[in-house]
Write a protein that binds this ligand. Sequence first.
Ligand SMILES: C[S@@+](CC[C@H](N)C(=O)[O-])C[C@H]1O[C@@H](n2cnc3c(N)ncnc32)[C@H](O)[C@@H]1O
Length: 185
Amino acid sequence: MNTAFERTVSKDEWLTPKHIIDALAPFDLDPCASKVQPWRTAEKTFTIDDNGLIQPWKGFVWMNPPYGTQTQKWFRRLTEHGNGIALTFARTETRMFFESVWSKASAIFFIKSRLRFCDTAGNAASNSAGAPSFLIAYGDEPKIRLAGSSIEGKFLELCPPPILFRERESGYLDFAPRRSTRRGD
Ligand SMILES: C[S@@+](CC[C@H](N)C(=O)[O-])C[C@H]1O[C@@H](n2cnc3c(N)ncnc32)[C@H](O)[C@@H]1O
């Protein structure tokens, strides 16, 4: 896969396209906003100068976090906060996915086709991103907003695992149905 774009965005300020924000807004807080914003992502914003990770988070959060090794810390914080929508690359094989999406998110939305992120002047990149993106909801209201958005893609509600599966995971129960060994059963 072409990952040149991802290497670039980890260094630079690649912003969420306006149509994505508009389709999901309003947001109370963007804890990792660009210092130069061609459009507002949320009512309140923290930038790198504030270090959004150490600030108090309030209300409905929009989060397109810095890429690379920092991403996981941002997802842990949003998971704890429990009210918001995040955008990131749809890397379903990563530790971040298993830790912060698989069992914590209320819903996900796979965006159809790759996004063209924008520079701080609001211009779309000449190339689309090197990977598809998805939106991740934490909490009920964020789930409802994702479900009702006009963005092209596929909405998936994530249910809490059924009780038998949970018990199997914790070693109490074998999930496979037991087979009778009696003849004629
Ligand atoms: C991928 S960009 C997304 C910007 C914006 N949230 C959006 O959706 O368009 C990630 C942003 O996080 C900012 N950032 C990096 N480290 C940060 C920190 N510790 N606190 C707040 N913002 C930070 C970067 O400056 C960059 O603008």
